[in-house]
Design a binder for this molecule. Sequence first.
Ligand code: M5T
Length: 618
Amino acid sequence: MMYPVIRRLLHKRVVLASASPRRQEILSNAGLKFEVVPSQFKETLTKASFPTPSAYAVETAKQKALEVAHRIYQKDLRAPDIVIGADTIVVIEGLILEKPVDRQDAYSMLCRLNGKEHSVFTGVAIVHCSSQDGRLHVDVSEFHEETAVTFSQLSDELLWDYVDSGEPMDKAGGYGIQALGSVLVEQVRGDVLNVVGFPLNHFCRKMAELHGPPRPAHRPQAQRDSAPTTDTSESLSDVAPGGAGSHRARSDEGRGHGRAQGGAQGRGHPGSRDADCDLPPFPTGLLELIDGFKASKALFTACKLKVFDLLDDEGPLRAVDVASKLDISECGAGRLLDVCVALGLLDKTDRGYRNTELAGLHLLSRGEHSLHSLALHCDDHAWPHVAGLDRALRPGAAAACSQPASGAEAGAACPDCSQSPDTKLWFSGATHGLARLTARQVATAFDLSRFSSACDLGGCLGALAPELARAHPGLRVTVFDLPEAAEHVACLRSTGRRTEQVRFVPGDFLKDRLPEADLYIACGLLRGRPDDGALLSRIAGSCPPGGGLLLVELALHEDAREARPGLRRALHCLLHPRGPERGLSHHRRLLERLGFADVRVAHTSDVLDVVLATRAAP
Ligand SMILES: Cc1cn([C@@H]2O[C@H](COP(=O)(O)OP(=O)(O)OP(=O)(O)O)[C@@H](O)[C@H]2O)c(=O)[nH]c1=O
């Protein structure tokens, strides 16, 4: 069964302007076909300037959707048909709660909600887009839905346990009614999907209102509306600058929807009626996926050529100047630069190409948050793995690699089984920028106030220590790493951050005695290490009873239902088909065998998972 209006949208290019996996799931379950383009709109509207909390949620939803509509139009030079934005807020005693910024914030929110009734509002904006005279035209319909939720009276311990599950962090009000958070909830009045993040029922009613009443089944061909049928595949194909006519044609059809709420013009849905039955929805997302490798390679190449450095130093520059400075062909330079424009990495101005803010922040070879080395690493090391994936998946390759690699053939089939590219990457410092970007989330993933001294083994080149010191003023942090790493830690000292709590001790965590501490941190040390148990056992030997071990690893998350972390882990495992599949359950078993208890997990970001375990008394 499919809601008629959803069927009618199947041939439209519908975009969901949301990163929320719950919204994606709700709309997919309803049978809607859509692309996901998360909004970059910063949720910073002044709450006090809105008459009601719902008006705030609706406006935020609208701004999210409009940002995506404009970005897509700028990038593709064509308008999607419909962009959907949503914003969910929790309101208690007039106070608007959004997503918690850290664990403490999550706990405070849950305390506020404890034992009381609150309202959950989701604001939804449906933006109908068309292109007119080369400009994006939008028509916005909006609504909100309210649901009342009552929490039971809950103990402090249970609230902290819930916070420690990691679930609250990406959810308004700090809870997820669809998962573990359901244990907090005594009563719900209204649409529960509205609480989860998207009021599907209200949305379908609204769309039916906007797109006319359900069509009778088997409508005879002769009754077809006279307006031209939309040829979706043509109008969505790549459009050269001269192709504006097709935009207009499609937008005229789009305008025929009429956005007047319930008005007569909202009834007509000219064109494409029978196309619903003949044509599958245009698989734009799939085509983008098929092309994705080209986009990655263009980005890697631009990084390798240091295009972004050049434009930072001397831009804006024309293609001819970039070509001569980088010693590449003018035609090639122009094409590469245009791809970077389309990818949102460069802007093209009258005076030439220049970096976008994103490229300036992350793609220069220098800079605190540079991901330049990561891109180079992916090009040099991960790319060959990807290119040889089909061979690596063959049974012969797996067999060759289950034994110690010996001889040229085994070496070729299984380059360095002992260390995955990700692990080498971590050690090589290619992820230093990424480590800097995630350090705060790692440092605040758990309440560490019961610890007085921490020892960061391997040190992640000094990325985590200053953030730990900042987040936990009572904590003394020792970075224990090979003498060569000292300069990285030293260079952080000169940045004026809180570093008096941080010291560097040279040593090898695999051989030398570990410095004394009541919290040991192993960041990116385990994956790809065949002897992970031996390393953990060394740490367990130094960790006093009651002391802690904080493990930080890539892609431990085993819940494939969570779209982004699930995909990241699945891709990781695919690229390391011969490596052991070490997820959370493996680490939990190992830790418990080594005398750790109370193993808690926080999924801090899409990239990293953090585990905190406590050494039990002997
Ligand atoms: C109360 C509640 C909320 N949520 C999630 O909270 C986020 C709200 O934040 P948002 O700003 O509206 O959305 P977002 O996640 O930042 O995504 P985006 O649309 O890209 O802004 C959304 O995820 C919702 O599902 C649940 O999953 N379960 C619940 O019970």
